[in-house]
Write a protein that binds this ligand. Structure first.
Ligand SMILES: Nc1ncnc2c1ncn2[C@@H]1O[C@H](COP(=O)(O)OP(=O)(O)O)[C@@H](O)[C@H]1O
Ligand SMILES: [Mg+2]
Length: 250
């Protein structure tokens, strides 16, 4: 479903070159939930932005449902929903429904499609009671649901969440977790970045661990537990970083 092939991304920041991604390669199958782990600056956001067609790789390429993220970006965009942490992208003065209608228009949905889709999402996420209230008055958990509904308005097969629960309280984090379970049941392919190990071990089938722009591990979470002889993802992650990339590359 998603193929990341030898992707390198370099930024030029005031004449200083930063290599945010170094020859990153891995594949995500349809219906998988992948946890993207890494410290601050590891390259998680850069990778998600690249998959989402918002950045062009310096080297290598990404294909989504066999479409190239650069040459066929429009096709890729249709199939992807993205939510970047911290920002909900919602308009406080509009109601939940109006917000969703607005984003539906951006994706070119017809009036009828929009109505059906909003009804489905409201039902799925338990938002029917407050669809017609202004988002500005919502709790964080309610906003979170609307923000996620917004990313799903065009019914994408692939969903990318960048640190979706960072800074959220427990209730809102739980909202996110429940929604991921639901999306997984619907066969969606999901990649989300997080530094909350518990969340990753609860929700993911596989993990991709990044360190300083390099992929230090990618594989099934159960395999990882087996090979490391531990189910403590925090411990595994730290020890992987200490051992570096050598072992994985060999
Ligand atoms: N637009 C940019 N210009 C210059 N450097 C950037 C830009 N975006 C990210 N970087 C750098 O790339 C590296 C990876 O950043 P990022 O992908 O945001 O990491 P993460 O999301 O894992 O915290 C960091 O060193 C960061 O400073
Ligand atoms: Mg980030």
């Amino acid at each position: 479903m998603i193929e990341i092939h030898e992707v390198t991304k370099k930024f030029k920041d005031k004449k200083v070159h930063v290599t945010a991604l170094k020859h990153v390669s891995f594949t995500v199958q349809k219906g998988q939930v992948v946890g993207l782990l890494g410290e601050n600056g590891a390259g998680k956001t850069t990778l998600l932005r690249t998959i989402a067609t918002l950045l062009v790789p310096t080297e290598g390429h990404v294909t989504v449902a066999e479409y190239d993220s650069v040459k066929q970006a429009t096709e890729v965009k249709k199939r992807i929903g993205v939510l970047f942490g911290g920002e909900t992208g919602l308009y406080n003065r509009l109601t939940a429904r109006e917000n969703l209608e607005y984003f539906a228009t951006l994706y070119g949905l017809s009036k009828h499609e929009t109505k059906v889709r909003i009804d489905d999402l409201a039902k799925m996420f338990g938002m029917r009671d407050y669809l017609n209230r202004k988002v500005g008055d919502f709790s964080k958990g309610m906003r979170q649901k609307v923000a996620i509904a917004r990313t799903l308005i065009h019914n994408p097969d692939i969903i990318l969440f960048d640190e979706p629960t960072t800074g959220l309280d427990i209730t809102s984090s739980n909202v996110f977790r429940q929604l991921v379970h639901q999306l997984k049941r619907d066969g969606k392919t999901i990649i989300f970045s997080s530094h909350i190990m518990e969340e990753v071990s609860m929700l993911c089938d596989s993990v991709a661990m990044m360190h300083k722009g390099e992929l230090v591990y990618h594989g099934a979470i159960e395999e990882l537990y087996k090979s490391e002889g531990s189910k403590d993802l925090n411990y595994i992650f730290t020890s992987k970083l200490v051992r570096g990339n050598d072992e994985y590359a060999s």
